[in-house]
Ligand binder design. Structure first.
Ligand code: V47
Length: 395
């Protein structure tokens, strides 16, 4: 395939360190040669991180799915506590989840990632106690809890400023914010898919306040539903502008829309081509955010593995109990073992690096000397050879 002049010009810009524009972002989404876009993103990825690919030992927990918001894409939330399928954990139940992981082979999780519904009936002390309890069980575990949308809800519901909410939660053990709740920033799309939660400006402001307090945060983008490529570019550029200002974002995570069981179930899920292109364009446009995460739950482990050659340098972690994507019909497993993550990364020709939440290296693994797949037949227990007419087939 011959290269489009636009792609050639963008490549020159990237190689000379010139910042890409909104128009460049759109051109990358429309470029027919997906592999050329991927190769360019891979170049940037390798310049920053070489073959290193990050993952962590984490635990996901959603303590309540009761939520006053009615997001069209959500298959997880229940409007009221008494509805079938609604659940709110007792604090002891939530703490037990971590207690049960303390003797995991290889060590306990280094991160607890909490995402919840916007529950109107819990006291603020519930969330403070939740964090304190996790820290009592393991003072070393990093608490990455509550999206900017939840922080905004707490501020409104309990009558505090963002800084007051964050300070109280930090005193209870909070250390960073996950990136959920960003969806799509464009006001029109956001109004249609998430009419009654924090606006884009409010989402960004919560991150700004957290950064000013010295907290690191992640950001996400939910793509593949009713938004256009222009909306995706706009979303990424709003994050780039925030990052110019604060430098507090550490990872960007494009989240592929899953249609099962929600208000947009008539839409098809994005394809692997769209997933890979979105990862690649994110890597190229977001030149001031260090890490692009290929979240294996949203992409499937197979696509996430390929994304490691399309600009992504992180694959998230072991997780264990994920419920948001499970409700929305993901075909991904609920958990991946530590060794499985290491194998996925090695097989993609990369070096697995276990990190903590703030990207401090916990353990750097060796590179696979030969692709892992090539080792498999030798490593596997030899299958019983078929017997034909009483004779063994020679191996
Ligand atoms: O905020 C909800 C999204 C998010 C659907 O910060 C859906 O490291 C697709 O934010 N189809 C929660 N997406 C997950 C999240 C996250 C995941 C991994 C790592 C990090 C991090 C953050 O999931 C929600 C929403 O945007 N979501 N429903 C759905 N049907």
């Amino acid at each position: 395939m011959s290269e489009s002049p636009k792609l050639v010009a963008i490549r020159d810009k990237v190689r000379s360190g010139e910042r890409l524009t909104e128009e460049d972002g759109l051109a990358l989404f429309l470029e027919p040669d997906l592999l050329a876009v991927g190769a360019l993103a891979n170049e940037v990825r390798e310049k920053r991180h070489g073959d290193r690919t990050y993952f962590n030992r984490n635990m996901r927990i959603e303590v309540t799915n009761v939520c006053v918001a009615s997001c069209l894409f959500c298959s997880f939330a229940k409007l009221e506590e008494h509805m079938p399928g609604a659940h709110t954990m007792k604090l002891e139940e939530a703490w037990r989840e971590l207690e049960m992981r303390m003797n995991d082979p290889g060590g306990p999780p280094t991160e607890v990632h909490v995402v919840n519904g916007l529950h109107p009936g819990l006291p603020f002390s519930y969330y403070e106690e939740l964090l304190r309890g996790f820290k009592r069980i393991d003072p070393n575990v990093h608490l990455k809890c509550f999206t900017a949308v939840e922080i905004h809800f707490f501020a409104q519901h309990y009558g505090m400023t963002y800084a007051e909410v964050l300070e109280k939660l930090r005193t209870a053990g909070l250390e960073s914010l996950p990136g959920g709740g960003a969806e799509i920033f464009d006001e029109d799309v956001r109004h249609r898919i998430s009419p009654d939660k924090a606006t884009a400006t409010e989402y960004l402001e919560v991150h700004r306040v957290a950064h000013a307090m010295g907290m690191r945060t992640n950001a996400t983008m939910l793509y593949g539903h009713i938004e256009t490529f222009a909306h995706r570019v706009d979303h990424i550029l709003r994050l780039r502008a925030l990052q110019d200002e604060t430098k507090g974002l550490q990872a960007f995570i494009p989240l592929a829309f899953h249609p099962d069981g929600n208000g947009m179930k008539n839409l098809p899920a994005p394809t692997a081509v769209d997933d890979l292109r979105t990862i690649a364009v994110s890597r190229l446009l977001l030149d001031n955010v260090e890490h692009i995460k290929a979240y294996w739950v949203s992409l499937t482990p197979d696509v996430a593995q390929i994304a490691l050659r399309f600009g992504a340098d992180d694959i998230d972690g072991t997780i264990v109990h994920e419920t948001i994507y499970k409700a929305a019909g993901t075909s991904s497993p609920g958990a991946l073992g530590y060794d499985e993550l290491v194998r996925l990364i090695r097989e993609a020709g990369r070096i697995p690096v276990e990190r903590d939440t703030l990207y401090k290296v916990v353990r750097e693994h060796t590179r696979a000397e030969v692709p892992e797949a090539a080792l498999k037949p030798r490593d596997r227990v030899r299958p019983k050879l078929p017997v034909l007419q009483g004779k063994q087939v020679p191996s």
